[in-house]
Design a protein around this ligand. Sequence first.
Ligand SMILES: CCCCCCCCCCCCC/C=C/C(=O)SCCNC(=O)CCNC(=O)[C@H](O)C(C)(C)COP(=O)(O)OP(=O)(O)OC[C@H]1O[C@@H](n2cnc3c(N)ncnc32)[C@H](O)[C@@H]1OP(=O)(O)O
Length: 359
Amino acid sequence: MRSSQEEFENAVNRVKLLKKDPGNEVKLKLYALYKQATEGPCNMPKPGVFDFINKAKWDAWNALGSMPKETARQSYVDLVSSLSSSSMSSSQVKPGADRKQQEYENLVVTSEDGITKIMLNRPTKKNAINTQMYQEIILALKAASKDNSVLTVLTGNGDYYCSGNDLTDFSGITAGEIEEKVKNNLDMLRVFVNSFIDFPKPLIAVVNGPAVGIAVTILGLCDAVYASDRATFHTPFSHLGLSPEGCSSYTFPKIMGPAKAIEMLVFGKKLTAEEACARGLVTEVFPDNTFQKQVWARLKAYSEFPANSIRISKQVIRNMEKEKLYAVNAEECSVLQERLLSNECINAAVNFLSRKAKL
Ligand SMILES: CCCCCCCCCCCCC/C=C/C(=O)SCCNC(=O)CCNC(=O)[C@H](O)C(C)(C)COP(=O)(O)OP(=O)(O)OC[C@H]1O[C@@H](n2cnc3c(N)ncnc32)[C@H](O)[C@@H]1OP(=O)(O)O
């Protein structure tokens, strides 16, 4: 659809009425599109390196190359429309309320004040992760990596953070289906863990309650772990006939030393929040009655840092181990494939399903 000169001029006026500052990155994009739409390709002399502001503006405009004026006009109108609608909806939303994102069955995803929050939402099942929830978390992380938030939070709804893999995944499977089901689920698990390895922005776990299994192991791939003092951390893999996943066979020895990692991953020692903090798995523990208030005040402050700088800094720190982590994840999934088909695992799952064995 071609945008008329009048639409373009309206958009220029609407920019001045935006309620929320769209941030430097977007303002540079608006500047560049405006210049391209009104003057064509960049015709200003390249500023000196220390003339930071004009250099940034020159870079943004010059990056548009020979984009036709009409295309720049249309892109400008589209960008302002997207900003106006988000600015309008946020102004319409009650203060403190979160703007809901795409609808998910097992998650509530909201994005506000530069923070995208992914909340596990199966509280009646202690936020156990079933096949659909794995897939939804993969999608939610992908969306969060591309939205205009500065950082992303993973947390749980209800009294649990997450009770790990949904053990009822094991029910209703015939002997003939089990191999294919296990292979498909492990392919999904590998993609799920890779989503954490690849996540480009700071990913903060806000552990609001007990965490079990994969919910604990994946914390080694998060960039900060803030826990309520009522949270516990339990990886009962041997009890379940399973083996470590989420790259924990590499990250846990690295974080807490091999002996303490084995105590958790092999012998199933359940840790309090303080113990997990002492081992370096948890970054900081907060009293439960002030947990949400304190943590969200902290995260709000973090979200006001320059987005590119914290994204790039996280990547500088994490990128050097990516290849190693992909390899660890693949090896763990390969070992799990044998484990899931073992009598030890199937018996443990049957025990849970029949007696709901408490760990
Ligand atoms: C062989 C076929 C293969 C199928 C393919 C599947 C493979 C998928 C990929 C492989 C992934 C492996 C990597 C992941 C590993 C793990 O995460 S291991 C850890 C798994 N989790 C557990 O073992 C915890 C099991 N739950 C419990 O021990 C207890 O429920 C609890 C968490 C200690 C809480 O106890 P309590 O407070 O007494 O509450 P409950 O009444 O037990 O629970 C309330 C309801 O929630 C349900 N529930 C809780 N946890 C889970 C769970 N993990 N899976 C499914 N359902 C769970 C519980 O059954 C209750 O439900 P209702 O009875 O309907 O009320």
